[in-house]
Design a protein around this ligand. Structure first.
Ligand code: NAP
Ligand code: MG
Length: 415
């Protein structure tokens, strides 16, 4: 039930970069804007459409323009997008398999991705100890993701060589003298990237007032992992007084110890993860907290630019149901939190607390809707107490809109 007509809109000072995307999340995107944003907020949306046909039409320039726009305006909100593979090239009749938009955005903004689950009382985490969200900051450069690999066919030597660009003395190591077939790889990272990752995590921990954990395996990897540990320590030392002022701590742990402690913890901290650890552990946390539909993601650049999105993909299977005219029950929570995250940050950066307050009301409305038992199919399966039925994709969003309207009207009446 909608209330007594229009409520006064919250006015934003500066534009927000809106990046639209593909499939089911594109359908959700339009509904979220129509029901939850446009009726309540007056904001200039600078829109970039990363819908796959549009990336193809512009030779992917639209993705580059979107990244530049975030650098200019400081805050963006992004819908999930297809990363095309061979099947998609055929399905959409593409000129080529364009690269992952998130990869392009990350490369231009040079950011670190932080993923945080939304904690709802009626969706208990699989791990009983977890009471608060655990945020993961994943290093997005190097290690095994930029390695070179050899399949060793038979007996022989694999070596590691460093040849200095200035012609100075080099270094040379034997990796292994093979007696038979095997495999070998070479991987790297750079001080600059590690440092920028450490700084992003420190910045995030300070801003959110979260203790910072970092894990590696320097007992085994005495040079490689130890470099990460040392750079983190240097960067934390440099911000020592800020840590004290924020009342937060930094802990370095061996990665296996970190994993064990994470499982026993109550949550409420930032876990800085190496590239591979972050890849694996963020999926573990997402399922541990309940549903992909409850996992948020924000890219934070060292320049202090922010791009918010849901951690999940375009939910292709649901989209094909939707195209066939079948009812869907896709969870829009993480997409809505991408919007509330971006609007809240816009308000914070612009000094418009009304906008940040609106973002908080929007999040409350989502959580209260779920807690009242109005949930999508993914959550119906795991909610406690059990719910008998689930609601449609659009029904969930309009139920949230009704609560939000009531909150906004109550706020306006109290003023
Ligand atoms: P996905 O979109 O994350 O969905 C995988 C499955 O997880 C769904 O089929 C669904 O399970 C469940 N799920 C995910 N989000 C859900 C939600 N909001 N509500 C309810 N259920 C949800 O992954 P995908 O289908 O493997 O990938 C589709 C496309 O997304 C790919 O083209 C990929 O490139 C892209 N992708 C984009 C991003 C991004 O832009 N950030 C990230 C990852 C993937 P059920 O089918 O069992 O209901
Ligand atoms: Mg993964």
């Amino acid at each position: 039930m909608h209330g007594s007509g229009a409520v006064p809109k919250v006015v934003a000072k500066n534009p927000l970069v809106e990046i639209d995307g593909d499939e089911m999340t594109r359908v959700i995107w339009a509904m979220v804007k129509e029901h939850l944003i446009e009726p309540f907020v007056e904001i200039r949306l600078e829109r970039y459409d990363l819908f796959l046909p549009e990336r193809d039409r512009t030779d992917d320039q639209v993705t580059v323009q979107a990244a530049e726009a975030i650098r200019k305006h400081g805050v963006g909100v992004k819908c999930a997008t297809i990363t095309p593979d061979a099947a998609r090239v055929k399905e959409y009749n593409l000129k080529k398999a364009w690269p992952s938009p998130n990869g392009t955005l990350r490369a231009i903004l040079d950011g670190t991705v932080f993923r945080k689950p939304i904690v709802v009382k009626t969706i208990p985490p699989m791990v009983r100890a977890w009471k608060k969200p655990i945020t993961i900051g994943r290093h997005a450069y190097g290690d095994v993701y930029r390695d070179v690999e050899i399949k060793v066919p038979g007996p022989g030597k694999v070596e590691l060589t460093y040849t200095p660009a200035d012609g100075g003395p080099g270094q040379w190591l034997v990796v292994h003298e093979f007696q038979g077939p095997g495999v070998a790889l070479g991987m790297h990272n750079t001080d600059q990237s590690i440092r920028s990752f450490a700084r992003a995590c420190i910045q995030f921990a300070l801003a959110e007032r979260l203790d910072l954990w970092f894990g590696a395996k320097d007992t085994i990897s005495k040079t490689y992992d130890a470099r990460f540990k040392d750079i983190f320590r240097e960067e934390v030392e440099a911000r020592k007084s800020d840590f004290e002022a924020a009342g937060i701590t930094y802990s370095y742990l061996l990665i296996d110890d970190a994993v064990a402690r994470v499982m026993r913890s109550a949550g409420g901290f930032l876990w800085a993860c190496r590239n591979y650890d972050g890849d694996v552990m963020s999926d573990m946390l997402a399922s541990g907290y309940g549903s992909l539909g409850l996992m948020t993601s924000v890219l934070v650049s060292p320049e202090g630019k922010f791009e918010y999105e849901a951690a999940h993909g375009t939910v292709q299977r649901h989209y094909y149901q939707h195209l066939k005219g079948e009812p869907t029950s896709t969870n829009s929570t993480a997409t809505i939190f991408a919007w509330s995250g971006a609007l809240g940050k816009r308000g914070e950066l612009d000094g418009t607390p009304e906008l940040t307050e609106f973002a908080r009301k929007l999040e409350e409305s989502v959580i209260e809707t779920i807690e009242s038992g109005t949930v999508t199919k993914d959550l119906a399966a795991i909610a406690e107490p059990k719910v008998e039925s689930y609601i449609s994709t659009e029904g969930f969003i309009t139920a949230i809109a009704d609560r939000l309207r009531a909150k906004v009207e109550a706020g306006a009446a109290a003023r």
